[in-house]
Design a protein around this ligand. Sequence first.
Ligand code: GLA
Length: 545
Amino acid sequence: MISLVVLAAVARLVGTAAATQSDPLPLPPMGFNNWARFMTNINESIFVDAAEAMSKNGLLAAGYNRINLDDAWSTKERAANGEMVWDPVKFPNGLPWLTAHLKSKGFIPGIYTDAGNVSCGGYPGALHHEEIDHETFTSWSFEYLKIDGCNMPDHSEATYHEVYGRWHEILSGADHPMILSDSAPAYFSGEIAGTNNMTDWYTVMGWASAYGQLARHSADILVYPDGIYGGGSSWVSMLYNYGQEVRLARYQRPGYFNDPDFLNVDHPSYTLDEGKSHFALWCSFSAPLIISANIPALSQEEIDYLTNKDLLAVNQDRLVQQATLVSSGQTWDVLTKSLENGDRLLTILNKGSSTGDLTVSWESIGLSSKALRRANYVSAKNLWTGEQVKVSVKDGGITAKAIPSHGTAVFRIAKSISPVTPTGIIFNTNTTNCLTDNKSGHVTFAQCDGSDAQTWRVRPHGNINSLLRPDECIVDAQGAILSRHSGCRTDAWTYELSGNLINNNSKLCLTEGANGAATATSCGYELNEQVVGLPVGVTVVGITV
Ligand code: GLA
């Protein structure tokens, strides 16, 4: 446990480090998985056909080089010697043949198991068979393992930790370690755990992000309608997972990716704009891009956006930052992050029901006001159209025009306006209320509304000001949070992997009190009222529990 925490701490202290070759998975994985499209109707042809189509339609060339089997590939019983057995009807040529075939076509094969007694779909789980199953999967030449978390002996965090810890030991001790995609956190996220207490979720995220290269953190994205499942709106499902992802940005770092689940792009309830938004958001997050769709039947429009080189470059950027929210309101969400070459990403999501324009100010993107004063223009590329735009600094910001309902605009802003200051909402990840400044200097938590009173700059020394009151910084005034001019000298804050924002003087934690009060109180352990999200780029210090 101790070494785990140290590992996480070291990784986070170099917050702006780029991925390196020594990371087992330096960049987010890209590829195909059958689950959200075919569920338990898994079989050999799905993978053979997907591989063939991906080779021809440009997906493989664009980087989608993983093919992952999900649940229900095995028989319902193990062999007499305890080994897992592939279903000979579904996989007539066998799994070693399939992995060899996929590799010969340039793909890396992955497989699924469940850490518990029985998989989510009712097939044998790996509990107490970890060693033998690892040997089997290795001998079949799989290089990536998704470990689900259904049907564990009990639902305690300690049990999950113990069982996944066993897997971590086996995998990290192996000669050719497999990539571990770990679903444990999903079983502690609110909607599944059925509790409003997020502490266990964050605890599991802490170790899961150190054990695996990616972790499924919340609900399943809506599966394809098969008459039983998959009805309803995939837009709602996608936005739900997006909303969970933004709560967890502090965990992502080179070598570990938060996984908001598959790109279920051919779900028939999506409009084209919605599918494109799904993709653009996952790219902005540097999230895994695992398509779960009927690949041979994808339309040219779908292939075109899935292979958009500029968006894929954002996803595969070596800083692998997860874009965070600059602002969030009824209609618009605005996100930013930095890219390795110093460029800044701007992603604007229209959640509303009609087409609209939005201007995002230079300050809220985090651009340097000094550099802005020296420049005449800001250059940016519209990543959907490829158009280069030159915007006069005097315009005050960048305007995205005619963003359709449920569409997303994405700009890559050239680095000349650097250095950037991490800028965005500070929000309670339980209530999702935003820290809100006020002309009077009385700071509260309130529903996010997209205003400048809720967009905060985290300055290099840890002083924090809102865009509403750029010359005043938040202070802990004997337990009350105020914004004051003197605060920009006296009150610096430290952000921890636990999600606590700690005042360096009082050592107290920012807390959402009753009725939206913003207070500073003694720091507890990952408490609902004290875990906050901050803009990406702020150094995250490891927890020491
Ligand atoms: C869970 C997972 C899904 C899929 C199914 C398989 O629901 O979250 O991604 O693996 O199990 O049964």
